[in-house]
Unconditional design. Structure first.
Length: 141
């Protein structure tokens, strides 16, 4: 049964992509293999840019879906649900539920400040809960 952790974003957060990149770096430091699910290629490129801006000591080997070495990298960024690899962790920066949630051990998701995006996060939370996932909510501070 996957664990789903929702992070409440605060006014101090630049964006979901910024917060996600810090969590991805933490996961990589703990040797986790991560898929990052975005809504669009543009959003995926934003996550990619934030990962490149991390300090050198927090470097995260990553690639966009379909790029990089044939064996892959520890972190793969995708923008279509069918591109999500069967990896232990998925960081969802998109607006929909991660497909096949039970194929992953942990899913990270976010509750933004924007009211429409916040409502979409509530819907995802209920969907994961109804799918039998273990739910957790954290403040981003």
């Amino acid at each position: 049964m996957p664990q789903v952790v929702f992070y409440q974003l605060t006014a101090n957060d630049d964006s979901i992509a910024a917060r996600a990149s810090a969590l991805i770096a933490d996961a990589y430091a703990n040797k986790a293999k991560v898929s990052v699910l975005c809504d669009t290629q543009s959003q995926a490129e934003s996550v990619d840019e934030y990962l490149w801006q991390l300090p050198a000591k927090r470097f995260v080997p990553h690639n966009m879906f379909g790029e990089g070495p044939s064996t892959g990298t520890p972190v793969e960024i995708c923008w279509h649900p069918e591109q999500v690899s069967r990896r232990p962790m998925v960081v969802n920066v998109g607006s929909g539920m991660v497909p096949n949630a039970h194929q992953h051990k942990q899913i990270i998701d976010f509750v933004p400040l924007d009211e429409d995006a916040k409502q979409a996060a509530r819907v995802r939370y209920k969907q994961y809960q109804q799918a039998g996932c273990q739910m957790q909510f954290k403040s981003a501070d």
